[in-house]
Design a protein around this ligand. Sequence first.
Ligand SMILES: [Zn+2]
Length: 235
Amino acid sequence: MRRYFSIIFATICFCITACFTALRSIVYERENSIFASSERVFTVVIDAGHGGMDGGVVGKRTGIKESDLNLGVSFALKDVFEDAGFFVVLTRKTQLGLSDDVGLWNKNADMRKRREIIKNANPDLVLSIHQNSLPSSTRVRGGQVFYKTDSLVGEKLAVLVQDAINFVYSKHGVKDRVAKAEEYYMLECTNAPSLIVECGFLSNAEDEYLLTTNTHKKQLANAIFSGVMAFFSQS
Ligand SMILES: [Zn+2]
C-alpha cells in the first residue's frame, strides 16, 4: 500500500513540477468541476495559527513557539500556491497576533478577525496551520489533519492531504495518522472546504527538529498542495 501510494504521490509531484500548466488546463476544463471556469482564479486562505502574545504550544527541546513555525509553513504554502496561479490570502503575515492592537491578548477578538478575513476573501479553500503537542506521550509523531464534522467534502480533502503528509513523515519512520472530524471554530468560518493541519508534534524532539528546518517546511507545503490538487482534480 505504501509502495502504491509512493508511486501515486511521485506522479502527482511530477505533474506539479514538470507540467502544472497542462494539468491545470485539463482540470479547469472538466465539466461540473470546481475548476469549470478557465477564467476564474481560485482563492486559498492560509491561516497561520496563534501569534503575538499567543505563542501556542512550545517545542520540548528548543522552546520554539508554535506561532513562529506556523508562520514559516504558511509562507512556504503561499509560495507553492502562488506559483501554481492561486490567489493567496494570509490571515497573519507577521509574528504579531491579530488582536495585539487591543493591547491584551484577546482570543475571541483574534478569532473574529480571522473569520472576517476569511469571509471577505470568499475563498475556495481554507488551510489553518498549527503544530501539535502531547506532553504525556512524547513518542507520538506526525502530521494530523482535521476537517469539519459531517462535511463529506472536507473529509475527502482531509484524507488526501493526510495521505500526502503521511508520506513525508514515512521517510522518517513515522506511522501513518488518520484525518479526523472535529468541531473547531476555524472550520466553521465558511462553507468552502476547510482544514486544520497540525504539521507535527512539538512534544516530540525529532518532529521539533524537523519542523525547524526549511526543507521539512517545504516538503510539508508541497505535500499539502499535492493533496489539494488531487482533491480539485477529482471534484
Ligand atoms: Zn495551535
